[in-house]
Design a protein around this ligand. Structure first.
Ligand SMILES: Nc1ncnc2c1ncn2[C@@H]1O[C@H](COP(=O)(O)OP(=O)(O)OP(=O)(O)O)[C@@H](O)[C@H]1O
Length: 271
């Protein structure tokens, strides 16, 4: 079991890669009618370029708080966050977020929804180039025949595909995912995990995904980070997942050590 915790068993694609994300002494305090509530305290986290990290922890421990702080959408109370060596100042297209609900603009088509971000990130590109970028990512998520469908006519799974395309089309340095498949049925969830991993593998983006699903956390990640329960939550433990990439669900599930990894995470959550 000890072997599971050692970095030397880490996946080879991260060898020699610098840190892309560093959270140092991170603190978050929310004011409440009963006084200050310290959600995160002295949290330390380093994520390497191209690494896929899953975050698990009990409901309310502060996972979304951490993710929205990294996204620059939630002010930091103490400590700092650096992306690619520079402290973050607010939100920016270098950090794309995929939320549980994609919140597409309903009156726009799939392509137009992706285009909103593309226009901001590639202002100098021609219209044709921008359309090409949108179509490329929509095609990658399996919506090659649905560019012109309005968001309202897309199923929940298709809308989340647009959400993923929209995030990748920004060409971010870090992809932040907050329970991205939480609202989907298990079949669609599995399909979208595969889609996500396929594009991530190709784009070599650093990714951080919050999930409540232990199997999903293992299947997606190079490392699973376990947060302690709040208040004053921090990183409690981490597990390196060395299964070879590209990953195949059946291979992962049939791996002789799979249930050791799963059991380790479930034990953490039960204590
Ligand atoms: N704006 C806010 N003001 C006050 N308290 C807040 C605010 N946002 C979140 N909290 C509290 O901070 C704690 C952490 O919330 P957060 O949503 O980050 O947890 P989480 O781990 O993502 O939860 P879940 O797994 O249920 O989504 C919770 O106790 C929550 O009630």
């Amino acid at each position: 079991m000890e072997a599971l915790l050692k970095e030397e068993h880490y996946t080879p694609h991260l060898e020699g890669k610098p840190n892309m994300l560093v959270c140092k002494n991170l603190k978050k305090v929310y004011p409440t009618p009963k006084g200050e509530y310290v959600v995160l305290d002295d949290l330390q986290l380093k994520i390497r370029q191209g690494e896929f990290v899953s975050i698990i922890g009990h409901s309310g421990c502060g996972k979304s708080t951490l993710l929205t702080m990294i996204a620059g959408l939630n002010p930091i109370s103490g400590g700092n966050i650096q992306v690619d060596g520079a402290p973050i100042i607010g939100a920016g297209p270098d950090r794309a977020v995929v939320f549980q609900s994609p919140s597409l603009l309903p009156w726009l088509t799939a392509l137009e929804n992706v285009m909103i971000g593309v226009k901001q990130v590639f202002p100098k590109a021609t219209k044709a180039e921008k359309i090409e970028i949108c179509k490329y990512y929509l095609d990658k998520v399996g919506l090659g025949n649905d560019f012109d469908k309005r968001a309202t006519s897309l199923s929940q799974g298709m809308q989340q595909r647009v959400g993923i395309a929209r995030a990748f089309a920004l060409k971010p340095k870090i992809l932040l995912l907050d329970e991205p498949f939480g609202m989907l049925d298990s079949l669609t969830r599995g399909e979208l995990q595969d889609v996500l991993l396929e594009i991530w593998q190709k784009e070599k983006i650093t990714a951080v995904a919050i999930t409540h699903d232990v199997d999903e956390s293992i299947f997606l990640a190079d490392r699973v980070i376990m947060m302690t329960s709040g208040p004053h939550a921090k990183i409690g433990d981490e597990l390196f997942i060395p299964f070879k990439r590209p990953r195949n669900r059946r291979d992962v599930l049939e791996h002789p050590e799979y249930y050791d990894y799963r059991g380790y995470l479930i034990d953490f959550l039960n204590h």
